[in-house]
Design a binder for this molecule. Structure first.
Ligand code: URA
Length: 216
């Protein structure tokens, strides 16, 4: 397991590669790559679909309307986006926000795999069908949202995409309930791993200021 400065350096190296990536066509029309952002020692990693207009402009994931909503959901459970890691299945914006194509997802996959390996999150929360497809290939989001799968000392936790909830406010209640459950899922994996209740991974980080996470 990498120590914190090494993790941050490893993530920065991946980010640099993403910014100059030419492995698929998506870079051609995008302004810049959006590698992902957040804590190198995050216990929770969110994986979305791909950058939209605002993400492409700023080089950061989930900074548009979906991002505002994601931040509100995080706040509801006592978290800030800096305490988690947020990434996407594809790292350049698909033109006109079209769905990413299979070969684009495949080309980008090693970046995401490496980010997961470096961060080693306790919970991977998928946002929408493309990231869900990595872990629940035959899953139907309406049936499996909010139901974690525990595997290899990690939880895979499927969530609706925030944009889908914004389009369909009837999903809001379920989304909030799924977010509240996220902390229970995290507590379960901590127990499995024998990790103390702390927002950071203790082996390589100084003690963190108290957060609501410490309740778990
Ligand atoms: N939607 C996504 O899937 N990812 C983003 O970064 C922004 C919107």
């Amino acid at each position: 397991m990498l120590m914190t400065p090494d993790r941050a350096a490893a993530l920065a190296a991946i980010a640099q590669e993403v910014r100059s990536c030419r492995l698929c066509r998506l870079h051609e029309q995008a302004k810049q790559g959006v590698p992902g952002a957040g804590s190198a020692t995050a216990e929770i990693m969110f994986i979305g679909e791909g950058p939209g207009f605002h993400e492409d402009q700023q080089g950061l994931p989930f900074v548009g309307r979906s991002g505002d909503y994601l931040e509100r959901l995080l706040k509801m459970i006592g978290l800030h986006r800096d305490q988690v890691f947020i990434a996407n299945v594809v790292k350049h914006r698909p033109p006109e926000n079209r769905d990413p194509l299979p070969d684009e997802i495949a080309a980008c996959r090693p970046y995401l795999d490496r980010q997961i390996e470096v961060i080693d999150p306790l919970v991977i929360a998928t946002l929408g069908r493309y990231s869900m497809g990595r872990y629940f290939p035959n899953g139907k989001i309406t049936q499996i949202h909010g139901k974690p799968r525990y595997d290899d000392n990690r939880a895979y936790y499927p969530l609706f995409h925030p944009a889908a909830v914004l389009r369909n406010p009837g999903l809001e209640k379920d989304m909030e309930a799924d977010f509240r459950r996220l902390l229970e899922v995290l507590a379960e994996v901590r127990k499995q791993r024998g990790s103390p209740s702390s927002a950071s991974k203790p082996e390589d980080e100084p003690p963190q200021p108290p957060t609501q996470l410490k309740l778990f």
